[in-house]
Design a protein. Structure first.
Length: 131
């Protein structure tokens, strides 16, 4: 079992409740737990600070993901425009050089729209099930 799993199974105590309990902890309790109140309070402050770092990093990652999504959408738009213009230009015999590229894009688009083949079902041999 990982350390995180062990810790998650162990408590279920709210952090603010734990703080109150630690403040009122008797020496016998701190000895039994094996942690001094000051050390636990320090650990708690660290957890609060790192939680703020986590939130900042999540916000930064969300911003990066959003910016990258916009980039991909712009690329899709540019590619669609290029394909449309290339298709129109390829109709003119003087632009015959564009035909192979237009045909390849058509082939790729058809392949992408094509339904995936259903996975083959395994057939069971009736003699094998009786053994």
């Amino acid at each position: 079992m990982s350390q995180i799993e062990t810790l998650l199974r162990g408590g279920g105590v709210n952090v603010s409740d734990a703080t109150k309990a630690l403040g009122a902890a008797h020496d016998n309790v701190t000895r039994a737990v094996g942690q001094q109140g000051e050390g636990v309070r320090s650990l708690q402050m660290e957890a609060v600070l790192w939680e703020a770092v986590e939130q900042e990093l999540r916000a930064m990652l969300n911003g990066l993901s959003g910016a990258n999504l916009i980039r991909r959408l712009r690329i899709d738009l540019i590619a669609a425009q290029a394909y449309t213009i290339g298709s129109q230009l390829a109709r003119d015999p003087t632009n015959a050089i564009l035909l192979p590229q237009v045909e390849e894009i058509k082939r790729l688009k058809r392949a992408r729209r094509r339904k995936k083949a259903a996975p083959a079902h395994e057939t069971t041999d009736p003699q094998m099930t009786q053994m």
